[in-house]
Design a protein. Structure first.
Length: 380
């Protein structure tokens, strides 16, 4: 009987190891297929699941360089930053410094909020709450991508026009006031906009008395040992890191542009896959904000088919998105540089990475879904 038990255990371990090796090869094949696409110049992928015994880390580049790419290279995370900015607001609520339902005029100077939201001759600036900003329901325009009133370039185009310009938060808010129109009355719709996350970052600084990057380091990076993370053009990582990976729009490399200062509270985070997964794990385990606060942040509104948005965090339901019978869902965020940070609760699996290419940002969900379906099919 004892020998039979040992043989059964050895057989189970052998099958499990074989399954892991097969899974790794399948995922590596998916990863290499992304690198074969003409526009992709480098890519990072990290899959972690303690439950399933998975920790796959892949990184590669097609560009000849003296510095080889590894999973330890930090990269520009773009809008994944919104998860941290929203969490910083949650931390301040936990500390009793503010509440999600506060009006933003309670925390920002009148010079900044005056005429911020004027629609059909009526001003709604005093009606905007912190929750509206967090959930993209304020109606404010997006200084990055919305069309300007006078048809002048929006800021995403100005990044390329004047690459040496350093944008201040107040300049970005002034730009939206002078050049753009609100979309709807606060609380009466959904419009994704980085303008709100500039305002949130300013609220964090005003309420805490320290800069956004100092707040991140003190309350998020240090406690969670995210030692390779920092805010672009504002700070440095706790520990020295490998070279930050380049990211591109077409063949234009943007990583070194000073004009990226326009991507701040909503997109200035530079990090590694390990740090990002560490953050999302801690967030899910209520080590970033209290459970009650996290649940408030996961009050969802419809964004588009198959997607809902909370407070700086997104939920994807593949059943609705792909019109199939899967129950797989994701919670996390993506960025315009084709960066992604997701947690799949059904498989207890974290996936982080980037394709470092603006044009590839819409293809990452397909990649993540293909990875998850392969994990789902394996028996561990």
């Amino acid at each position: 009987m004892k020998n039979n038990t040992i043989l059964s255990l050895l057989l189970f371990v052998s099958i499990s190891c074989f399954g892991q090796q097969t899974l790794h090869k399948e995922i590596e094949k998916l990863f290499k297929a992304q690198l074969e696409k003409e526009s992709i110049k480098s890519a990072f992928l990290h899959i972690h699941s303690k439950t399933n015994g998975i920790d796959i880390q892949l990184a590669d580049s097609k560009i000849n360089s003296e510095d080889s790419i590894s999973i330890n290279n930090p990269f520009y995370t773009a809008s994944i930053t919104k998860m941290l900015t929203a969490s910083a607001i949650g931390i301040l609520q936990d500390l009793g410094k503010l509440n999600f339902d506060d009006k933003i005029v309670e925390h920002l100077p009148e010079l900044l909020t005056e005429n911020l939201h004027v629609m059909d001759g009526k001003e709604y600036s005093k009606d905007i709450t912190i929750a509206h900003l967090l959930q993209h329901t304020s109606g404010l325009p997006d200084y990055f991508t919305d069309i300007t009133i006078d048809e002048s370039p929006n800021i995403i185009n100005q990044l390329l026009i004047d690459t040496n310009k350093s944008w201040s938060p107040h300049e970005m808010i002034l730009f939206t006031k002078e050049k753009m129109k609100p979309h709807f009355v606060p609380g009466q719709g959904y419009h994704y906009t980085d303008t709100e996350y500039v305002l949130l970052a300013l609220i964090i600084e005003k309420t805490s008395g320290i800069t956004l990057h100092e707040f991140f380091q003190r309350f998020i990076f240090q406690p969670l040992e995210m030692n390779s993370s920092y805010i672009n053009l504002k700070s440095s990582p706790i520990n020295s890191t490998s070279k930050t990976a380049n990211f591109y729009v077409g063949d234009i490399e943007l990583s070194s542009f000073k004009s990226l200062s326009a991507d701040w509270g909503g997109g200035g985070l530079v990090s590694t896959t390990q740090d990002l997964i560490q953050f999302l794990k801690a967030y899910n385990e209520d080590k970033v904000v209290k459970k009650e606060t996290r649940l408030q942040m996961q009050h969802w509104v419809d964004e588009t088919v198959g997607m809902q948005y909370g407070f700086g965090i997104r939920k994807v339901s593949f059943k609705d998105l792909l019109n199939n019978e899967t129950d797989l869902q994701l919670i996390g965020h993506t960025g315009s540089t084709a960066s992604f940070l997701w947690y799949c609760p059904q498989l207890d699996t974290y996936i982080a990475g980037t394709l470092n290419q603006l044009e590839a940002s819409k293809s990452t969900l397909k990649l993540v879904y293909e990875i998850l379906t392969r994990i789902e099919k394996k028996s561990f």
